[in-house]
Design a protein around this ligand. Structure first.
Ligand SMILES: *Cc1c(COP(=O)(O)O)cnc(C)c1O
Length: 440
């Protein structure tokens, strides 16, 4: 199997050696062609956005920190010109145009991008249950879900999820707020402080000595045995995916506020850290619906856990794992330690994704310190993977050719780059200090 894969995708040989790579997706197609083959469309994203709006009064009531945004869980889009100067000086990156940071690291409630997909999934499930039992109608003020009789109703039900940490936090905190019994099945690599935070919300945390897929397997089994239990399936959930996709619609207004226009002459480049694929896939899917061929989406994965890239480059999607090519799947990047990508997301992204970068763990900490020095913004190491695209794009022959093939070379002075920062604000001070001192 090894030799076959390597002839088909020579890049896999470099990946097996743990090298950083840049990969351009040969299967990307013009957006107009890809749209008609996809099982999801903008209509589904609109539906998700409307649902989040219905829940806004409830969210505002339970989580007063969302009051500023009227109960919407949304993050700032921030110019980071000093980081642009720093990477150009320190790494000779040659980045021109505008550099922005999407601060999902600071999303309310869960402090990571999972506050989009994870929370949306819990709300969707809650609405389905409440409508079916006549507890709620679509025209109601959803703040009533915080009333004692609604809570008592939801206390009969259980929500379960397998997680390396951040997904468990978003599902756990929101489920507990509604009233559900919650069980989060945590893999061995999940951080202690995340388990403690969840327990403080009344969530049951089950710990496993094995990796993520074992935690998921056991969690699913327990959930299936209980007719009143709902299992959140990170790998295949359309709901999670659509919750992430709503980010794109909200970005439209945020760019407008900054008087930034995206079109053929002003292309948008987005770099998003990728684990199983739901978050970067959902966000990219939404962005493509809005800006089509004018937005260029790149995922970034750790060199030891590039599950989406292995699947895409080999053409084997989720039938191949990083362990199949001899990689460990282990990384310091929380949320990205995934050995096998979502097959559902792989299928959707095949004609949409522009390419991928991989990154060595040591650089996650370097970019984290760079962001603190340049902008005074703390991001968790996994989120800093996004900067690999910005730092290295102009040093790569593959990327040079991509820009040329897409007739973008002369437009880069007017390009807009977004580093999608996926997590960080809930990391305790003590752990932040440990990260600052980490040199690999
Ligand atoms: C989960 C996560 C990601 C990636 O999301 P997937 O849906 O697993 O691809 C990226 N960054 C952080 C901080 C995460 O927690």
């Amino acid at each position: 199997m090894d030799d076959y894969i390597i002839t088909k995708a020579p890049i896999i040989e470099a990946m097996q050696k743990g090298k950083e790579v840049v990969w351009i997706n040969p299967d990307k197609r013009p957006f107009a062609e890809s749209a008609c083959t996809c099982e999801l469309s903008m209509k589904d994203v609109d539906d998700a956005e409307a649902r989040l709006l219905r829940f806004a009064p409830f969210i505002m009531k339970c989580f007063p920190e969302t009051r500023d945004r009227g109960g919407l869980i949304e993050s700032s889009l921030t110019s980071i010109p000093r980081m642009k100067d720093l990477v150009n000086r320190k790494y000779n990156s040659g980045i021109s145009g505008t550099l922005l940071l999407k601060q999902d690291s600071h999303l309310a409630i869960a402090g990571s991008v999972k506050a989009r997909g994870g929370i949306y999934e819990v709300l969707k499930h809650t609405e389905d249950r409440a409508l079916a039992h006549g507890l709620l109608s679509l025209e109601d003020d959803y703040a009533k879900l915080a009333d004692p009789e609604c809570r008592t109703f939801f206390e009969q039900y259980t929500v379960q999820v397998g997680s390396t940490g951040n997904l468990g936090m978003s599902i756990g905190i929101m489920s507990a707020a509604i009233g559900y019994q919650v069980i989060v099945h945590m893999s061995a690599d999940a951080k202690q402080w995340k388990k403690e935070l969840l327990r403080s919300h009344g969530v049951t945390v089950m710990e496993y000595q094995s990796d993520y897929s074992e935690a998921v397997k056991h969690g699913r089994k327990l959930s299936d045995e209980n007719p009143n239990s709902y299992f959140v399936d990170d790998e295949n959930s359309r709901n999670l995916f659509l919750g992430y996709a709503v980010a794109a619609k909200r970005l439209v207004g945020q760019l407008q506020e900054k008087n930034i226009v995206i079109n053929r002459e002003h292309p948008l480049f987005v770099y998003i850290p990728c684990g199983v694929g739901g978050a970067p896939g959902g966000i990219s899917f939404g962005l493509k619906q809005i800006w089509g061929d004018d937005v260029h989406c790149f995922f970034v994965e750790p060199v030891q856990a590039p599950c989406m890239l292995v699947g895409m480059a080999s053409g084997l999607n989720s039938t191949i794992s990083v362990q199949d090519i001899g990689l460990s799947g282990r990384t310091h990047a929380d949320g990205l330690a995934v050995g096998r990508a979502s097959g559902f997301v792989g299928d959707i992204m095949k004609p949409l994704l522009s390419g991928e970068f991989t990154i060595q763990d040591a650089k996650l900490y370097d970019y984290m310190r760079d962001m603190l020095d340049a902008e005074g913004i703390f991001l968790e190491p996994s989120a800093c993977a996004a900067f690999q695209g910005i730092v290295t794009m102009n040093k790569s022959e593959e990327m040079r050719r991509y820009l040329e093939d897409n007739r973008l070379t002369d437009k880069m002075a007017d390009a807009v780059h977004i580093a999608w920062a996926t997590g960080g604000s809930l990391v305790p001070d003590k752990i932040r200090e440990e990260y600052r001192q980490t040199y690999l």
